[in-house]
Design a protein around this ligand. Structure first.
Ligand SMILES: C[S@@+](CC[C@H](N)C(=O)[O-])C[C@H]1O[C@@H](n2cnc3c(N)ncnc32)[C@H](O)[C@@H]1O
Length: 420
């Protein structure tokens, strides 16, 4: 624990408040002493009194709290947490207001919906004693414990481990989750039914895209996948890196691809899978033939990103009786509407060769003022095209720029109807 002298504390508090207000840094530092201090009675009252974080009012709030006799160190720590909680609500919902975070820990934490899906898969297979080898601030630990597992969680960084332990305790999961500050590579795995590993994909505040630079390193990941395990990886993982006999599952939430998970041993059910949350619709690899290729029919479909990443577009085409617009572009088409959870359907109104003037004239004639621009297989920048169109009408259209029979083409569509 390191508590600063009054002078240092005041300086840190003012620096943090100023930096937060000016947006110069996104967060103040989080120290191990902050965890206990923020969980003390005084810390809780202070955090509650800040409530929703308002960056414009940071300095005023900091001054008011300090003037009320709160230690400057605690005020700085509470302001940092208030800001992190604000950012965490999208991932953790109402739980965010009871949790603590570190900036890196929050960036890397699995969102609650995705963690719950994974935990359900693990418990569905009957696995109860789970080792969470790199638990971070505890996103997956919490979901696993809530799903009924007994979780032994390990984390190398002492501050992050303290935060994870505090979060499990705060959410009433102490009896189901125990956090130890330890190196995952040295953990004895005997006695565990399953291992979950979420290696670090950040260093020095930056994202790591190369799996070779994960921490713990890739050989440890590969060794973990030799038993019954689940390893979370970035969705951009090259298919060639997935070890033989391991399932790769790509998961999206509300249409955004969030992660890939590698499932080995008893957890493997297929070789490739796409799961769409929140519906839970899931698609596995079959052995479809090559989908036919034809010009746009009355309906155009944009497969979910998880389906595309999992290379399962042909499976969707086969299930729908659909065709591709181009052999290498992930747009599908049918003449009659075919409902599918795996793609967004657009009703086609017009198809024309790509050229700015005729496109603009057509959209103006249709009183279109709002356009959603989508593209695949075209170098255009959606934002640039939107600006170049200079539209002022009131109707909404979807402009899809792609290739049909090798030619740059625009497919105009009605906006999709929100699901009932
Ligand atoms: C991607 S984060 C885990 C996020 C977590 N699943 C969650 O949802 O909150 C990876 C964590 O692994 C930790 N880590 C990296 N190398 C480690 C090692 N050898 N042993 C234990 N933890 C390690 C990092 O400090 C980081 O907090």
């Amino acid at each position: 624990m390191r508590w600063h002298t009054q002078g240092e504390s005041a300086n840190r508090h003012i620096r943090t408040a100023l930096a937060l207000r000016q947006g110069e840094c996104q967060h103040g530092p989080v120290e191990i002493s902050d965890v206990a201090a923020l969980r003390s009675a005084a810390g809780r009252v202070l955090l509650d009194s800040i409530g929703r974080y308002d960056s414009a009012a940071t300095m005023r709030i900091a001054e008011t709290l300090a003037a009320a006799g709160n230690p400057a160190e605690l005020v700085a720590a509470a302001l940092t947490q208030a800001r992190l909680r604000e950012r965490a609500r999208g991932r953790f919902g109402a739980d965010a207001d009871r949790m603590l975070f570190t900036p890196d820990g929050l960036e890397q934490a699995t969102r609650a919906t995705v963690a719950a899906h994974r935990a359900a898969r693990l418990t569905g297979a009957g696995h109860r004693r789970v080792a969470d080898l790199c638990c971070g601030i505890g996103g997956d630990t919490i979901a696993l414990a809530r799903a009924g597992c007994f979780v032994e969680a390990f984390e190398l960084d002492p501050v992050t481990a303290a935060v994870a332990a505090a979060n499990a305790d705060e959410l009433g999961l102490t009896g189901r989750a125990r956090v130890t500050c330890a190196d995952a590579t040295a953990v004895d795995r005997t006695g565990f039914d399953a291992v979950f590993l979420d290696p670090s994909r950040r260093a020095g505040g930056r994202r790591i895209f190369d799996p070779g630079a994960y921490l713990p390193p890739w050989p440890f990941v590969a060794e973990t996948l030799a038993g019954a395990a689940c390893v979370k990886v970035a969705p951009g993982i090259p298919h060639g890196l997935v070890p033989a006999g391991v399932e790769a599952e790509w998961v999206s939430d509300h249409g955004e691809v969030k992660e890939a998970a590698l499932w080995s041993g008893a957890f493997r059910t297929t070789s490739r899978r796409a799961t769409l949350l929140p519906s839970g619709a899931t698609l596995t690899d079959g052995a479809p033939g090559r989908p036919p290729v034809r010009a746009p029919g009355r309906w155009l479909y944009e497969p979910d990103g998880a389906v595309i990443r999992a290379h399962l577009v042909a499976e969707v085409a086969e299930a729908m009786g659909g065709a591709l617009l181009d052999p290498r572009i992930a747009y599908l088409t049918t003449e009659a509407p075919v409902p599918t959870p795996f793609a967004t359907a657009y009703e086609v109104t017009d198809v024309l060769p790509f050229a700015l003037k005729p496109l603009r004239a057509l959209l103006k004639a249709q009183d279109v003022g709002i356009v959603t621009v989508k593209k695949r297989g075209s170098p255009i920048e959606p934002e640039t095209l939107r600006r170049q169109l200079r539209l002022s009408g009131s109707a909404h259209a979807v402009v899809i720029v792609t290739r049909v029979a090798g030619k740059p083409t625009v497919v105009l569509c009605r906006p999709p109807q929100p699901a009932a």
